[in-house]
Design a protein. Structure first.
Length: 101
């Protein structure tokens, strides 16, 4: 197969602006020169997780670029979301202690 579809999941905080996050992630997805214009890159909310709102980023690349793409784009995602003030949350638990008596 000459092309490969790459799907990445990016989780952001529930308090973040989802429209802004979608725009930023789509800009990131379209930026690399080896990402195909057709099918067009796609970024959409795909899951409401325990600790994050998850986006799926879907791009098509030539097979020769498929292995390195996720690693390179992941660094770009982290740096750009930090710059934009968009949180990448980590799992947290609230523990409530009740005292009897």
């Amino acid at each position: 197969m000459p092309t490969r579809r790459i799907d990445l999941t990016v989780g952001v905080g529930y308090g973040d602006d989802l429209d802004k996050t979608e725009r930023v992630l789509l800009e990131i997805a379209k930026a690399p020169p080896h990402v195909h214009d057709e099918p067009a890159p796609l970024v959409k909310v795909s899951n409401l997780g325990d600790s994050s709102v998850d986006f799926t980023m879907r791009v098509w690349v030539d097979t020769k670029n498929a292995v390195g793409f996720p690693m390179a784009i992941t660094k770009e995602i982290k740096q750009r979301l930090d710059t934009e003030g968009i949180e990448i949350p980590f799992p947290q638990r609230d523990i409530h202690m009740h005292q009897e008596g």
